[in-house]
Design a protein around this ligand. Structure first.
Ligand code: ZN
Length: 183
């Protein structure tokens, strides 16, 4: 199906919101999920003695919590309540249909954990970018653009860590791309 509107990235359907309340509602669910997932990932990394990556995830959990606080405050100022309609869940690398992304303990390596984070940061960025590109309401568009910029920074940061891991070859316990050894 073709649409004439700018769909942002990856050919998604354009997301057109009527006003900022819809954006806040969705953003709240999205950011709460991120806070929780990062806290879990930090625990998993701690359990696997990867203090560095655990620290990164704790930091991210804190950053996303700031978003939650900011969004809650904006909702309060507008006398808006979070609806229970929105169920936002992180997806696993295999997609939303695969193993329950709530069970993160199958993630044994920093590489897998960072890949999961990258996919979902990208997804958050795509959502906000899409809203910013397609929503007419000024206030909603402005906030969406702001959040999109911040998620873009998260994507870049997680990507940098993944690159660092790959380069250092420290991802000893997970190998999705075995090196070809040549004599
Ligand atoms: Zn983020």
């Amino acid at each position: 199906m073709n649409t004439s509107k700018n769909t942002g990235q990856r050919g998604e359907e354009p997301i057109v919101l009527k006003d900022i309340s819809e954006l806040l509602d969705h953003a709240l669910a999205l950011e709460i999920e991120a806070v929780q997932r990062y806290a879990e990932l930090a625990d998993v990394m701690t359990a696997h003695n990867n203090r560095e990556v655990a620290q990164l995830f704790r930091k991210f959990s804190g950053i996303e919590q700031l978003h939650v606080d900011q969004i809650r405050q904006m909702m309060n100022e507008r006398n808006l309540e979070a609806s229970s309609k929105i169920k936002y869940q992180w997806i696993s690398p295999e997609g939303p249909e695969s193993a329950d992304p709530g069970d993160l303990h199958y993630l044994m390596s920093p590489h897998q954990a960072l890949t999961l984070a990258l996919i979902n940061e990208q997804r958050a960025q795509d959502y906000y970018t899409n809203v910013a590109a397609n929503t007419e309401d000024d206030e909603a568009r402005r906030l969406a653009r702001e959040l999109s910029e911040e998620e873009k920074e998260h994507v870049a940061l997680v990507q940098a860590w993944l690159d660092k891991l790959t380069k250092a070859g420290t991802d000893w316990d997970y190998d999705d791309d075995p090196p070809i050894v040549q004599d």
